[in-house]
Design a protein around this ligand. Structure first.
Ligand code: GLA
Length: 381
């Protein structure tokens, strides 16, 4: 990938590009908790978006996407560009300028190996690699935390998804062999060793393309806010679901819609599952951690209702397969991947079985993606 980008850059724009990478992510547990200011447990993966970039001294930026084989010219002082992929880059520049930075024009070539639309946060990787690269080449002095917020606000303001901060944070802060226990309220985090001896993580992609912007994501967010509004009328210290207990929720249950109740209940329980899961990890108890993953899937499917038939089907097989310690749908939902924690000895039979039974039922073979927890955003030599 590095050579390919360098060559393409040279061919289009000449010598002297600098290279950067920022990865996609997995999340072990803690889904739809980030925008409720709870906890998440993501890790960066060994698949990334790469960019070759160089200031061009001109007025407009020249952007080339390897994956779409398309080059466009964008004036960052002008209107929002047409193609979706260019909006991410445009958004990052705008968000940097809002924070006082001056970002002169540049040329770039970018591409990567994060599967698109599979819930591995290719868009956060794209925002993060541009944030990181521009910060470096123009010496803008933003901290990584601010770069994560810049990526998140790009989604809010230029893409229309009111996402939390998990994906960008994981892409920027990832570390090899560690998952990130992030408190989304304070942004304090801890790098937790993740080294399940004799086990591995595998993703099974339903090939169902999730479309977060298709409003359901934003609807969930609003339902959570509605629940918070009801309880905070009585207990003003409750400002997010992070501040709410099941007791509080149950006390004011009658004042809210049944759907809102279920959404809030899921989030409160998911935060607790994550905390219990982390304690299990500290003791090296991966079997108990796996149970929490199954619990998470159940809640996402029944209470939060962001799963789909295909995801439930795979999670169901995982549940009844010996040697699969845990499995759950991952990311925003409505498609994408199931992440499983599997014993090495059971891996092949499990993946084979899922592929065969899934293909028989849905007529498509899911792809399996092995992931290794890896480093976050970086400059490449
Ligand atoms: C998407 C969002 C994240 C997070 C997850 C669900 O990946 O970008 O902020 O909310 O969904 O946990």
């Amino acid at each position: 990938m590095k050579e390919k980008l360098q060559e393409e850059f040279k061919r289009r724009f000449g010598d002297g590009a600098m290279l950067f990478a920022s990865p996609g992510r997995v999340n072990l547990i803690g889904e739809h908790t980030d925008y409720n200011l709870g906890f998440v447990l993501p890790g960066a993966i060994d698949k990334a978006i790469y960019v070759a970039i160089k200031p061009n001294g001109g007025k407009a930026c020249r952007l080339y996407s390897l994956d779409y084989d398309a080059q466009i010219e964008v004036d960052m002082a002008g209107p929002l560009p047409e193609p979706q992929w260019a909006r991410y880059i445009y958004g990052v520049v705008q968000e940097m300028q809002k924070r006082g930075a001056s970002v002169p024009a540049f040329d770039c070539v970018f591409g990567g190996d994060v599967p698109l639309g599979a819930g591995l946060s290719s868009s956060a990787a794209l925002e993060s690699v541009f944030g990181f690269a521009l910060n470096d080449i123009y010496d803008l002095g933003f901290e990584r935390k601010t770069l994560a917020q810049i990526g998140q606000m790009t989604e809010h303001n230029y893409v229309g998804v009111r996402c939390g901060i998990m994906d960008q944070f994981a892409s920027l802060f990832g570390r090899k062999g560690r998952v990130i226990r992030l408190d989304c309220r304070s942004l304090d985090y801890e790098l937790v060793p993740f080294d399940p001896e004799g086990c591995r993580l595998v993703l099974l992609d339903t090939m169902v393309k999730h479309s977060l912007a298709s409003s359901e994501y934003n609807v969930r967010r609003m339902q959570c806010e509605t629940g918070v509004a009801v309880v905070s009328r009585h207990i003003p210290s409750v400002r997010s679901l992070r501040d709410m207990t099941m007791d509080m929720l149950n006390t004011y249950k009658d004042e809210m819609d049944e759907v809102v109740y279920r959404r809030c209940s899921y989030v409160i329980n998911e935060n607790q599952r994550l905390l219990d899961g982390c304690k299990a990890l500290d003791r090296g108890d991966y079997a108990l951690f796996g149970q929490k993953m199954f619990g998470s899937h159940d809640g996402l499917s029944k209470e939060y209702e962001v799963s789909c038939d295909e995801l439930d089907f795979i999670a169901g097989i995982a549940h009844t397969t010996d040697g699969v310690l845990g499995a759950r749908m991952m990311g925003g939902g409505f498609g994408g991947c199931v992440i499983s924690l599997v014993q090495d000895a059971a891996y092949e039979a499990y993946v084979g079985d899922v592929k065969e039974r899934f293909a028989h039922r849905y007529g498509v073979t899911p792809r399996s993606i092995d992931v290794v927890i890896s480093d976050g955003a970086r400059r490449l030599e």
